[in-house]
Design a binder for this molecule. Structure first.
Ligand code: PEP
Ligand code: MN
Length: 340
């Protein structure tokens, strides 16, 4: 940890900060510069709040050098983590696509989706059976019946299933029907849920909260990992900014930032990231070009009639085009699509 004293900070102020650091258990290394005195603290404490030291008189800024997350940190597994589910590897050379409707609506809809998803070259079918809706009056999902429909269609088409878990009580159902459990943006900081997911032994697709920093996303991954479940896949899905021309602002730069900070695989969701289907393809291309290990996209046989998120849902031909173009980009980067 580093504390930079203000220019002109008095000796008494500096000594007060040193005393405080010693009280906190740090060994202090002092460097007295022409303008600034810098105090380097080496110690056992990781969970202190730098803002507390910044509030002391004479302190200009305080920086934590050791990251607040350990298991999620790149240094924990510098080579990168590959998550294997069945024959699919997420975080390996292949760019993995997870696609399907926002919500499971009916058996016919999911059968048609599974056909589109599998024939387009994706590996995982997505679909919400428990839906986090902004309004309590909107469709809330089909529950277990929806999960069963997804599982059956996935098995017929050789696909894996990813579906959202909104609450601890739903975990057993999700474990029964789904290969990967999605934690939605609204639940990224539902710490009780994250702790429970630390006990499961299936991969968790953890979506970035709508106003979460990269560090907060990694701390949420740490919650899951600290419970013993190391299979966490991070998902950039756009964040809320002042911009209104898209539903969210797709933070493409989070992809290389995350890949520097963590060993966990990173996928991108340009559907929620933009909110408009015509922007999904360019953002999918950008995400793969930026190094994403996979894509999560919404596709529906008839998006104009989708019960949720139709505006951002790809038409089947748009999905096929996305698979072609992102596959070409993956190959340029020395990556591939699954099965190549
Ligand atoms: C979804 O994937 O349909 C969803 C609700 O996503 P998010 O949690 O990112 O809004
Ligand atoms: Mn959706």
């Amino acid at each position: 940890m580093l504390v930079v004293m203000q220019e002109g900070a008095s000796e008494a102020q500096t000594e007060n900060v040193i005393d405080r650091l010693v009280e906190m258990g740090f060994t202090v290394h002092r460097s007295t510069g022409v303008r600034h005195t810098v105090l380097g603290g080496v110690g056992p404490l990781d969970d202190f709040d730098p803002a507390e030291l910044e509030a002391l008189n004479g302190v200009k800024e305080c920086h934590r050098i050791v990251s607040p997350y350990k298991l999620a940190s790149r240094s924990f597994n510098p080579a990168g983590t590959v998550i294997r589910v069945g024959k699919v590897e997420i975080g390996g050379p292949a760019v993995v696509t997870m696609a399907g409707p926002c919500s499971v609506e009916s058996e016919e809809q999911i059968e048609a989706c599974a056909e589109i998803v599998a024939s387009g070259g994706a590996s995982v079918i997505r679909g919400g059976a428990f839906k986090p809706r902004s309004s309590p009056y909107s469709f809330q999902g089909m529950g277990e019946a929806g999960l069963r429909i997804l599982r059956n269609a996935a098995d017929r088409h050789g696909l894996l299933v990813v579906s959202e878990v909104m609450d601890q009580v739903q975990i057993p159902l999700l474990l029964e029907y789904s290969d990967l459990l999605q934690v939605g943006a609204r639940n990224m900081q539902n710490f009780n849920l994250l702790r429970e997911l630390g006990k499961v032994r299936k991969p968790i697709l953890l979506k970035r909260g709508i106003a979460a920093t990269v560090e907060e996303l990694l701390l949420s991954a740490e919650y899951i990992m600290s419970g013993g479940n190391y299979q966490v896949i991070l998902c950039e899905r756009g964040i809320r900014t002042f911009e209104t021309s898209t539903r969210n602002t797709m933070d493409i730069s989070a992809i290389p930032v995350l890949q520097r900070l963590t060993h966990l695989p990173v996928v991108a969701d340009p559907s929620h990231g933009t909110g408009k289907r015509d922007y999904v393809l360019p953002m999918a291309r950008a995400a793969v070009a930026a190094g994403a290990d996979g894509l999560l996209v919404e596709v529906h046989p008839d998006p104009d009639r989708a019960v949720s998120d139709g505006a951002q849902t790809l038409r089947p031909e748009q999905f096929r085009e996305m698979m072609r173009e992102t596959g070409a980009i993956a190959r340029v980067l020395g990556r591939s699509l699954p099965g190549e």
